[in-house]
Design a protein around this ligand. Structure first.
Ligand SMILES: [Zn+2]
Length: 199
């Protein structure tokens, strides 16, 4: 997997090579042109949002998928193969759905709490709430850290982690200007990883 900084203009004009960003196979379509949009990034990469920003990235994916749907017929965005078209939405459903379930379980546990001074037993929803409270954050961290995702947007370029090396190679071939990009060292990648969390 590779960390690459893609020019926003190449995302929005649809000139990225037809190689799946995730697996390096032939891409059938382009999607998620909004990653080039600095306004969306100002939400999910904002330092003000702190840890919520991590959750927001996935919320934006669902928002753009179902609420503010990207116009059809415009071939722009990240090239993806058939199998990876739903790569982000699937994960977003887990992250956002899991978070909503957590809120729901706690609300239900609270609303249906039968405990009085005489009767102090946990009900089903309390068990569910506690179980999910212990499970979900771990699942979220694993999914988030292991996924391809946007980690930076400087107005000109979008930085993706977890992209495929074949895509990175194809990008250099189709746009020689990327050839000058230095490959980040392992230390730099590690620092980058931490700077995302330690704010
Ligand atoms: Zn793919």
């Amino acid at each position: 997997m590779a960390t690459i900084s893609i020019k926003c203009s190449h995302i929005s004009d649809g000139t990225l090579p037809p190689v799946c960003v995730r697996c390096g196979q032939v891409a059938t379509t382009r999607k998620f042109a909004w990653v080039a949009d600095p306004k969306a990034a100002s939400w999910y990469l904002s330092r003000r949002m702190k840890v919520w920003g991590l959750l927001l990235f996935w919320a934006v994916i669902l928002w753009k998928q179902y609420v503010r749907i990207e116009p059809h017929g415009r071939e722009a965005g990240l090239p993806l193969c058939k199998g990876h078209l739903e790569y982000w939405p699937r994960r977003a459903w887990f992250v956002v759905g899991g978070f909503l379930a957590l809120v729901l379980f706690f609300t239900l546990a609270y609303a249906t709490d039968p405990s009085t001074a005489h009767h102090q037993k946990m009900n089903l929803f309390s068990y569910l709430a506690v179980f999910w409270f212990l499970t979900y954050p771990l699942g979220f961290i694993i999914v988030h850290m292991s996924s391809m995702r946007v980690i930076r947007h400087d107005g000109q370029r979008v930085t993706l982690v977890g992209a495929n090396k074949k895509f990175a190679a194809a990008l250099k071939e189709s746009h020689p200007e990327y050839a000058a990009d230095k490959k980040p060292t392992h230390l730099q990648e590690l620092k980058q990883l931490f700077s995302e969390y330690v704010r």
